[in-house]
Write a protein that binds this ligand. Structure first.
Ligand SMILES: *Cc1c(COP(=O)(O)O)cnc(C)c1O
Length: 326
């Protein structure tokens, strides 16, 4: 890679490389091709997940700007917010979270962990209010001299996406070949990093994002734009177009965080064939898509399909999901 790579600021704290494992009993159960899993639920920070890789670059950027407070937002059970709150502790910073959704009677799942990390939480009832309140919260912190750094939802800025450019490099260096990489996509940073990483590191397979909550058109244009912006950190800008992005929005009709029979089956199948935990919002839905595509014969019999596990398991212990899983 170009020498400019050394100029990319990174605070290393993730447990990398994450392992790649075989899922032979799941493959057999589905009479499908070889299935592998890359364990980004094991990135090491506060129960792990994909946001840890992004935070290595976001924290570095916050430090460069002299920030003292991390400000971000998401749903009440946001994995991104939990990992951001943990990173703030690790680097001696404050953290303010703007969370939309009903404030539960007692904190559970990710919200319990946000509290353990001492994050200040601002609840917003309507998701439509979240952008405004997040900006107000940031402005207030700035006026109070708290030197805030704003992380976008899901950490999906061009800087956050760098985490998955390096993740693709890591995968290539692991020397495991797979015709397909399949994962859950939502705010697009993971997807954009993998698409750019695919180009920079010549990954010959296909990168398929299963949408968690966004329409395919939005994902294709947003991910290609993020990948284009992130490319400038490595050298000459690469212009990605929506056609460079593979996304499937056939599995998100029920809405964000709604557990249907499909997610329930996927979570149960991974648990019972492999002793592997998925989460109700992201990996459960992505795996449901993967399973449906496998059953439809979408992948070749001789292909190897790598499911990139993005984490999220603390939400298994949130009251709002717990009852829906069995
Ligand atoms: C945030 C998240 C995703 C989606 O990643 P994006 O980069 O926001 O698209 C997938 N899985 C889990 C568990 C997540 O927390």
């Amino acid at each position: 890679m170009s020498s400019s790579e050394t100029a990319i600021a990174r605070q290393r704290f993730a447990h990398l490389p994450t392992p790649i494992e075989e899922l032979p009993r799941l493959s057999a159960e589905l009479a499908g091709p070889r299935i592998l899993v890359k364990r980004d639920d094991q990135t090491g920070l506060a129960l792990g997940g994909n946001k840890t890789r992004k935070l290595e670059f976001l924290i570095a950027e916050a430090h460069q700007q002299g920030a003292k407070t991390l400000v971000t937002g998401g749903a009440v059970q946001s994995n991104h917010c939990r990992q951001t709150a943990a990173a703030a502790c690790r680097f001696g910073m404050d953290c303010i979270l703007v969370l939309n959704g009903e404030k539960p009677q007692r904190p559970n799942g990710n919200l319990l962990l946000d509290r353990l990390f001492g994050a200040e939480v601002v609840f917003v009832e309507q998701r439509s209010e979240r952008d405004r309140i997040l900006q107000e919260t940031f402005d207030k912190a700035a006026q109070a001299g708290r030197r805030p750094y704003l992380l976008p939802y899901g950490g999906s800025s061009p800087t956050g996406a760098l985490g998955y450019v390096f993740a693709m490099q890591e995968f290539m260096q692991q020397g495991v070949s797979a015709e397909w990489i399949v994962f859950g996509t939502s705010s697009g940073g993971t997807h954009a990093g993998l698409v750019l990483g695919q180009r920079l590191h010549a990954y010959p397979g296909k990168v398929l994002g299963i949408s968690i909550d966004e329409p395919e058109d939005w994902l294709k244009s947003h991910v290609s734009s993020l990948a284009t912006q992130a490319s400038e950190r490595f050298g000459p800008r690469i212009e990605f177009t929506p056609d460079d992005v593979l996304a499937n929005d056939a599995y998100c009709q029920a809405g964000y965080g709604v557990v249907t029979a499909a997610e329930r089956e996927a979570i149960s199948l991974f648990a019972r064939t492999e002793g592997m935990l998925l989460d109700p919002v992201y990996t459960g839905r992505a795996a449901a898509g993967l399973i449906d595509l496998l059953r439809k014969g979408y992948f070749g019999k001789d292909d190897t399909v790598l499911f990139w596990h993005t984490g999220g398991q603390p939400a298994l212990f949130a009251d709002q999901y717990g009852d829906t899983l069995l």
